[in-house]
Design a protein around this ligand. Structure first.
Ligand SMILES: [Zn+2]
Length: 391
């Protein structure tokens, strides 16, 4: 292989270009200064590279940072991958609804919607609802999915490979695009880590308390799946040895004390008529002492498990999601107090503990983010862009 100075120069240049394109693919529109900071190249080098990429049509000026800019300097142009060069679809099948988001290569959401189904709906019905929604969005927005590069699909539960493969096959056949399928709670965790918009939140533990308790780990800015895909399933860590039977077959899992049905059930056991989250909300609003006690018990169990997980991973943030976190602040407080206690021997090890910030579409957002961030499906994508317009 030739190692002439010219050849070496071209290789270095190519590697710099790839780094700039990767930053734009992963982060969406960025100013030249932001790009320079993220890739660790000088502002001058980045200007040369972006000017070349702009000339070849691989990237575009999408807007300026005038809106968010503080101070009086000239607004800086923001650059992004050519929006028309690709579309990315995120789909999140929940227990009662499917969310769909479609983003262009510049990360702008160009279509989004939700369709509902009964919790008892089987997979064929859920898939039909999702595909009908995708058709409806196309009719409404004029987005025809012609440039669809990849689809990320979140599904509830864990470990059911045959169902995941079935879902992937239906979408791959329909759209002729690469498909990844993963747990939707895990995708929501990735979305929370990226939503922080700060490079300091690279390590995060996400836990969602809902009908079940699911979780996800983001380490070094990437989702962690582990060897068989169970990483972050903290809902099935034992919290109460010999406790209530869990749907996983064990006893006393976190899910048996901190899922929504478990918390409502415990309230009823202690004589508080709480059949729904609305009932619980009403009891919280009058500061019912028994409900407060139940929430503290659940928060302590969750906090002890998260404290152990935090010592294992030393995350920047622990994020709790699920409707019950919004309506019962005592629960999050007790989790935070417990984690802080567990880590009190190293106060600087304590992470930020906060409620989830993203709404119900976090799973679909995270699915798209996973496509942009880590998918080997897009390995050839940068090459496609850089050869556009040839030279
Ligand atoms: Zn369990």
């Amino acid at each position: 292989m030739s190692t002439t100075p010219n050849g070496v120069h071209a290789l270095v240049r190519r590697s710099h270009e790839e780094r700039v394109l990767r930053v734009l693919r992963q982060n969406g529109a960025q100013s030249r200064n932001e790009i320079a900071a993220r890739v660790g190249l000088s502002r001058t080098t980045v200007s040369e590279i972006t000017s070349d990429l702009l000339g070849r049509g691989a990237i575009r000026v999408v807007d300026t940072d005038a809106v968010e800019r503080v101070g009086s300097g000239r607004p800086a142009e923001r650059l992004a991958l050519d929006p028309a060069s690709g579309q990315y679809m995120g789909v999140d099948f929940g227990h009662r609804r499917v969310n769909v988001l479609v983003a262009d290569a510049a990360h702008d959401i160009i279509a989004s919607g939700t369709a509902r189904y009964e919790e008892s709906a089987q997979w064929p019905e859920r898939l039909d609802a999702g595909l009908a929604l995708i058709d409806r969005l196309s009719a409404e927005t004029g987005v025809h999915y012609g440039a669809l590069q990849a689809i990320g699909i979140g599904v509830p539960g864990w470990g059911d490979r045959s169902r995941a493969d079935g879902v992937a096959e239906v979408f791959a056949e329909r759209f002729h695009a690469a498909v990844i399928v993963d747990n939707n709670v895990r995708f929501a965790g990735l979305a929370e880590a990226l939503h922080a918009q700060s490079d300091t939140v690279r390590n995060l533990i996400y836990l969602r308390l809902s009908v079940g308790v699911g979780g996800g780990l983001v380490v070094g800015g990437q989702l962690v799946r582990g060897s068989k895909g169970y990483a972050g399933e903290l809902g099935h860590v034992t919290a109460v040895p010999g406790g209530a039977r869990c749907r996983c077959g064990k006893r006393g899992c976190v899910e048996t004390v901190a899922s929504v049905p478990a918390i409502l059930g415990r309230c009823r056991e202690l004589g508080v008529p709480a059949d729904t989250l609305e009932d619980l909300k009403a009891a919280v609003e009058i500061a019912h002492p028994v409900v407060d006690q139940v929430l503290r018990e659940a928060g302590t169990a969750v906090g002890q498990v998260l404290g152990t997980a935090a010592m294992t991973l030393n995350p920047d943030e622990i994020v709790l999601g699920g409707e019950i976190i919004e309506i019962a602040p005592a629960l999050l407080r007790q989790v935070a107090d417990t984690v802080t206690y567990e880590l009190s021997w190293r106060t600087d090890a304590a992470p930020v503990i906060r409620p989830a910030l993203l709404s119900d579409d976090g799973g679909a957002r995270g699915a798209i983010a996973a496509l942009f961030h880590e998918s080997p499906l897009l390995a050839g994508y940068e090459a496609n862009v850089t050869t556009d317009g040839g030279r």
